[in-house]
Design a protein around this ligand. Structure first.
Ligand code: NAD
Length: 486
């Protein structure tokens, strides 16, 4: 970015509105460290205004929540088209802010939001919101899926747009209204969403966007005007939010951290699947929750697997995320780089063997880069095998039998993603069934929008994507129709 992008208003209640206070969030490029823009810093007062707007929009007896799915779908189609028109700029802003390689930002950040809006408005239109069930006691029941109400959504910086629309798309399609708080590291992209919503003619208050830090997020989560919370972020923040929602008896979906296993079986041809293996373990510079950052390799092929992975990782094109040839960009912030470096130091001090990387790239003197890194001879009890690093660091752990591989995969606080690499997909599927995880792939890991995504254990509660991702923004009401007459 040559010129900076500076905003001085928020998208609240269907219009650009002046912030309640005059704080500002500076935004920096992950690759040049330069300031590239700023947005106003939201305060509790801004959240109050946004929630009040969302509440009015939801409670309006002729408003969004009472519209037919088809009528909402028309507006959401215009919203999708307006986002598409801004897709290239959305991808560019995300890439600059968090270091996501531009080809990936085009797929995830430009591609997913319109796709999800269309998928969920289509799903509501196809499946309907009401069902009549013949009963067992002589009557019938009318079962209605009502919109949950005002949604408070809090999202992280790693895949900001796709994650935002995992919440916004099903919530709006359900008839709910939304207040979303983006993470301070990635806010410039969120303002394009406000522009698109305005252009599409989203009714006032249906979507409101207030960037800010964790206190502002905590205020949104506990706000009396909010009916449902949807959070993606760290397990630590998820626990705090779960406590608040528990106290308030407020429904909550939590998509949290992970430390997934990529299990290489003894018949796997890893070299033939190397691009897919890269995407499943190191995508977005290691900054994705579901990545298989613990690679489990059979002892009898251990050195060969370590060599293949080391060869892949040491040959990755590391550099400017805006260059289409770049496979691995910088980390989001200097703080995140320090965190990743401290884990690399921990891996070395705990006795793991560094086979490549581990330092800052010599040829890049600006930007929050870390060399993609592989540790071999890792014991699953070591810190780098147990804690989420959220950077380009793989730990290769040896195993002797399939049973041991499953035991190691399951010896984790987390249970979000994972993959099995094998020449025999049936064998892979049988093994995948034994892994304690919300999702797992065979010879690839691709989050398909039609299937539920989410974690177990410390990786979270609830599911996004698929019909289940819509159900998270609906409440069931039963009207017993005509049972009593007998
Ligand atoms: P984070 O938890 O620090 O912050 C995430 C968001 O929550 C930010 O908007 C932040 O301002 C806000 N926040 C933080 N504490 C809060 C609180 N107590 N109350 C309300 N809001 C609060 O996480 P991060 O460092 O920004 O993101 C990285 C983490 O997100 C990783 O652990 C990663 O695994 C996780 N993640 C999970 C998924 C998933 O779907 N499971 C997807 C992406 C990222």
């Amino acid at each position: 970015m040559t010129t900076t992008i500076d905003y001085d208003q928020f998208y609240i209640d269907g219009a650009w509105q002046a912030p309640a206070a005059n704080g500002s969030i500076p935004v920096h490029s992950a690759s040049t460290e330069e300031r590239v823009g700023s947005v106003p810093e939201g305060t509790e007062r801004d959240i109050d205004l946004a929630v009040a707007a969302a509440r009015r929009a939801f409670d309006d007896p002729d408003g969004w929540s009472r519209w037919s799915p088809a009528r909402r779908a028309e507006v959401l189609e215009r919203f999708a088209a307006a986002l598409e028109a801004r897709g290239a700029e959305t991808a560019r802003r995300v890439s600059v802010q968090n270091g996501m390689p531009i080809w990936l930002a085009n797929q995830f950040e430009a591609g997913f939001p319109p796709l999800l809006l269309r998928y969920y408005s289509g799903l509501v239109a196809q499946t309907g919101l009401e069902e009549i069930r013949p009963g067992m006691l002589g009557g019938r029941s009318l079962v209605i899926r009502e919109p949950v109400g005002v949604v408070g959504a809090v999202v992280p910086w790693n895949v900001p747009q796709a994650i935002s629309f995992l919440k916004i798309a099903p919530a709006l399609a359900s008839g709910s209204t939304v207040v979303i708080k983006p993470a301070p590291e990635t806010v410039l992209d969120a303002f394009l969403v406000g522009e698109a919503a305005l252009e599409a003619g989203l009714p006032a208050g249906v979507l409101n966007i207030v960037p800010g830090g964790r206190e502002v997020g905590a205020h949104l989560v506990s706000h009396p005007g909010v009916d449902k919370v949807s959070f993606t972020g760290s397990t630590a923040a998820g626990r705090a939010i779960a406590e608040t929602c528990g106290r308030l008896l407020r429904p909550v979906t939590l998509e949290l951290g992970g430390k997934s296993a990529a299990i290489v079986l003894d018949d796997a041809d890893l070299a033939a699947n190397i691009q897919s293996f890269f995407a499943s373990t190191l995508l977005n510079n290691g900054q994705i929750c579901w990545l298989g950052t613990r690679v489990l390799a059979p002892r009898r092929r251990y050195q060969e697997v370590v060599d293949t992975i080391t060869g892949l990782v040491s040959s990755l094109a590391v550099g400017d995320p805006l260059d289409p040839a770049t496979q691995l960009g910088p980390l989001v912030s200097s703080r995140q780089r320090e965190r990743v470096e401290s884990y690399i130091a921990k891996g070395e001090s705990e006795g793991a063997r560094l086979t490549t990387g581990g330092r800052r790239p010599k040829d890049l003197d600006k930007g929050w880069y870390v060399e993609p890194t592989v540790f071999a001879d890792v014991d699953n009890k070591q810190t780098i095998a147990q804690e989420e690093i959220f950077g380009p660091v793989l730990a290769v752990i040896p195993y002797s039998t399939e049973e041991e591989a499953v035991a190691i995969a399951n010896d984790s606080d987390y249970g979000l993603g994972g993959s099995v690499w094998t020449a025999d997909p049936e064998r892979g599927t049988a093994l995948a069934r034994k892994v304690q995880s919300g999702t797992i792939g065979i010879n690839a890991y691709v989050n398909d929008p039609t299937a539920p995504f989410g974690g177990i254990k410390a990786s979270g509660i609830g599911r996004e994507l698929g019909p289940e991702g819509l159900h998270a923004f609906q409440v069931l009401k039963t009207i017993y129709l005509d049972a009593s007459s007998g």
